[in-house]
Design a protein around this ligand. Structure first.
Ligand code: FES
Length: 130
């Protein structure tokens, strides 16, 4: 995964693609937005974010049993693994669901750059506010 071949002057070169993720500004988690570069493909977006001080909630410890790690993939989503049935079922419960929605703990970075938006609220925040 994440390994590509390019042909340069009739020579095949293999290299590890290091995509980047652009996080759009989020009032609390990254007010200025963030660009994370040189990421190894194969990591979950949740892990990448948290390793880079963007704290995406992950209440179920990334076991696809909550929706607190919900994100929107605004660009590059076609390169990612497809959501399975369990992820789709969980997403139906997410706050602010749209066509770009994914659970970041289940979304594995491939070889393309991504633009990611973190929703303003998670279902935890919404339920705590009631
Ligand atoms: S952390 Fe619970 S589904 Fe991702």
């Amino acid at each position: 995964m994440g390994r590509s071949t390019i042909i340069f002057k009739n020579r095949r070169l293999k290299y590890n693609i290091m995509p980047k993720i652009i996080f759009l500004p989020h009032d609390e988690l990254c007010p200025e937005g963030a660009v994370i570069e040189n990421i190894k493909s194969g990591e979950s977006i949740c892990d990448v974010a948290n390793e880079n001080d963007i704290f995406i909630e992950h209440s179920c410890e990334k076991s696809c049993a909550c929706t607190t790690c919900h994100i929107h993939i605004r660009e590059g989503g076609e390169s990612l693994n497809e959501a399975d049935e369990l992820e789709d079922d969980m997403l139906d419960k997410a706050w602010g669901l749209d066509m770009d929605s994914r659970l970041s703990c289940q979304t594995i970075l491939a070889d393309k750059d991504l633009v990611v938006e973190i929703p303003k609220h998670t279902i935890n925040m919404v339920s705590e506010a009631k």
